[in-house]
Ligand binder design. Structure first.
Ligand code: GLU
Length: 306
């Protein structure tokens, strides 16, 4: 498809979604700074493997990327630690809410996968051990999207003030000696990565290496190997959307990673990356209209990994 045709598809989806804004779903309220975000917003942007871009709606409005950041931290950790990463983190869907404690206790402090909160906190711990985690994450994401991205200090503070469950998960892992570093240091990195602000256009660009065999969207240098890229995409498909991963595979059929800020990034391997954003969430914590928009995109273009 040409950039012009993609633009028509995105405009068509935007036209269909806008009348639905504000009708269903709830903005995440457990992080006070996110509860203030107006629900009636929708953006969609894509970038093809060869760099063509299209966007519609509120695609240039920045939002809190939240758990979408876990794709970038996982990328850094897989690159630096190789197979050792999997000594402390599993690769199976959790089938449980993203912040559940129960499974972590049953599995003796080893998180099911790197995308649930416990798993992402364990990844953040490994990045703290490796280097200057916050700076490394910001440097990677900024380089990928070609613009300096920032941490929203207000959101990070709001998460730190109310992140009781995340503190519980981190302390619990620490009790099993599954974290190398201080709980406070690790949580500081985790809250910072979740509080990065980006818009749909930037996210679609930053994720582009996932549809280009791991190659950087601007420099073409390898960000990660082709093999690791396939693995990241497989984890997104099986574990990227909380306990709705089966529903996403069924309705959309693409590797996706969502965040409670209402963003979802999707990958069409070898073809394009796509980001949708609408703040109102469904009961599983995924953007309700973002999911609907992705379903429309897959339906209209026929793009799917299946
Ligand atoms: N910062 C959020 C939390 O830890 C991220 C949740 C998400 O986006 O899934 O609760």
């Amino acid at each position: 498809m040409t950039a012009h045709n993609f633009q028509l598809v995105l405009d068509d989806i935007n036209d269909a979604i806008r009348p639905l804004l504000g009708k269903e779903g709830q903005v995440a309220s457990y992080i006070p700074a996110l509860a203030r975000v107006p629900a009636q917003q929708f953006g969609i942007a894509l970038r093809t493997r060869d760099g063509q871009e299209a966007a519609s709606g509120d695609a240039a409005v920045p939002f809190s990327i939240q758990s979408m950041s876990k794709v970038f931290t996982l990328t850094l950790a897989m690159k630096h630690l190789g197979e050792h990463l999997w000594e402390r983190i599993g690769r199976e869907p959790s089938g449980n809410p993203f912040n559940s404690l129960v499974q972590l206790e049953q599995e003796r402090g080893k998180p099911r996968n790197p995308f649930i909160n416990a798993g992402a906190i364990a990844v953040a711990d490994r990045l703290v051990t490796q280097g200057n985690a916050k700076a490394d994450i910001l440097a990677l994401v900024s380089s990928l999207c070609g613009e300096a991205v920032q941490i929203d200090a207000e959101v990070a503070q709001s998460e730190a003030d109310t992140g009781f469950r995340n503190a519980a998960l981190a302390n619990f892992m620490k009790s099993f000696a599954s974290l190398d570093n201080d709980v406070a240091t690790v949580l500081d990195v985790y809250f910072a990565q979740c509080s990065i602000r980006m818009n749909c256009e930037q996210v679609a660009r930053a994720a582009a290496y996932l549809c280009r065999d791991g190659r950087h969207p601007r420099t073409n240098a390898p960000v990660v190997s082709e093999r690791l890229t396939r693995r990241i995409n497989s984890l997104m498909l099986t574990c990227g959307t909380y306990d709705a991963a089966g529903e996403f595979a069924f309705r959309i059929g693409l590797p996706c990673k969502s965040g409670v800020g209402g963003g979802i990034v999707a990958v069409v391997p070898d073809q394009l990356t796509l980001c949708v954003w609408s703040p109102a969430l469904d009961a599983t914590g995924n953007s309700l209209l973002g999911m609907k928009a992705l379903e429309m995109f897959a339906g209209q273009t026929g793009m799917s990994v299946f």
